[in-house]
Design a protein around this ligand. Sequence first.
Ligand SMILES: O=C(O)CCC(=O)C(=O)O
Ligand SMILES: [Fe+2]
Length: 335
Amino acid sequence: MPNLTKEQLNHFKEFGFLKVENLIDPEKIIDPIIDEYHTVLNNLAEKLFDEGKISSKYEDLDFGERVTRIYAESGEVYNQFFDFSLPQTGIKEDTPFWAGPAVFNALKDDNLLDAVESIIGHEIFSNPIQHVRIKVPESEAPKDENGLVKFGATPWHQDAGVATEEVDGTNMLTVWFPLMDASEENGCLQVVPGSHEGKVLTHCPGFNPKTGKINRSLNAGGLQIPTSLFEESSAMAVPMKKGDALFLTKKTVHSALPNISDKIRWSFDLRYQPIGEPTGRDIFPGFVARSNDNPDQVLDDPNIWFDLWESTRDNLAKQEQFAFNRWDGEDVACA
Ligand SMILES: O=C(O)CCC(=O)C(=O)O
Ligand SMILES: [Fe+2]
């Protein structure tokens, strides 16, 4: 049953974003995810310890401190071990991922889907572009060869711009929620209100192989919209509490601030769309999350969801893989 008010829907339509407080039950939905990730981190610690990449498994630290120490000591970020999607390219038979039952429960959460239904209707497909993002404090985070924080601040982008062109005609909806309170200090999101009214803006590679230039202001790896193309001064930070959720249209310009706190910042970002629309990453498996028209097609079994990802990984590992980036950095705005 749709649960957003007319005022909330009007806000979403007018500004391209909506924060909904207390939508996701922290005890029922979020804490089980955190518990599940303890196991994932434990497995990672065992593996890195066995490989001699860390000198201790840091068993007595809490999750955030433990992951920070492990990333700092090994000099590497191991987010793919936690993620419930696959990389865009370079997938191998042993590429790790985590598609566990607590994660699936969050994707299928009734309160969340009620809000999604309010926006896109009752035929809901879970888009496979979805991530957990664990960001350790920048002061301790591993750096890349250019001295930039690995997996740091997220540059300005629209979600349509980081998928393929097919999503432009869809009603893809992004849902972002933190697994802990997210503040300006630890790297909450920033949005540009009203930016969804325009077109999909040019995204430029953070490192431009054509000019050899790196945009040092932000994460060098990702695609980003040059600030000359939108009103950066009207951007607003969106601090959120554990249990709140933020909804974004596919064209809302957004970014995440750097984590300058001394704790991790972690979040889920999910996407949904009406059943039948292209996902922008059709080589990855989505599923029917809710349907009144064909209730028998709804996926309820977390094991099947895991199997879908596992067989996708195993098949892709045997094939030639192409990164799906719609931007080439040739635009003058990227110079
Ligand atoms: O969490 C982040 O840093 C970025 C998230 C984001 O861009 C998204 O959810 O679409
Ligand atoms: Fe995004």
